[in-house]
Ligand binder design. Sequence first.
Ligand code: MLT
Length: 206
Amino acid sequence: MNTEFNHIFIPGDLRLPVLLLLHGTGGDERDLVELGQSVSPCSAILSVRGKVLENGMPRFFRRLAEGVFDLEDLKFRTEELSAFIDEARNEYELGNARIVALGYSNGANIAASLLLSKPDALDGAVLLRAMVPFVPQTLPDLTDKKILMLSGLMDPIIPADNSTRLSEMLKDAGATMTFSMKPLGHGLTQADFSGIKNWLELTYKG
Ligand code: MLT
């Protein structure tokens, strides 16, 4: 397993959660930095580029068609990302700082996969336009995880019922879920940005 990832690390106040930024298909590690810095200006940032290329577009795992995932690759890539997070914790001396994923689309899907199969990797997650990455045989224990999911009723890529199913699965696993389904599409809007900022402030204040 090659746990090297192209990434950006920006130091910050480790009493706040470190934001693990995971971009959407065709993005890279620069995409979400401005968003991360605006929703939690003092947080450290670890922003990662997915290693899989689909027609030259970076992703975090392979897919066979839109919304149809290569589950073997997903498993491998999820383990690889989890190992990278452990290494980054040492490399950047993050100690016991909480790590919260902020993922969009394909990045949200691998964050959901981390929660379902490598729950120790994350303390929580903001999942933007996420869907069920895979159905685990047994649910992990997510009782200490806090998760915000923002989904779009008119999203042409992520069916609303699939997003709802993911939120129910995470809730059944014990996570403290905040789930919002608004009349939005796949793209992010100002409403998403303020939703994330408010949730982070409420969840991690003090
Ligand atoms: C995925 O492949 O993870 C989802 O379909 C979202 C996307 O298009 O990236």
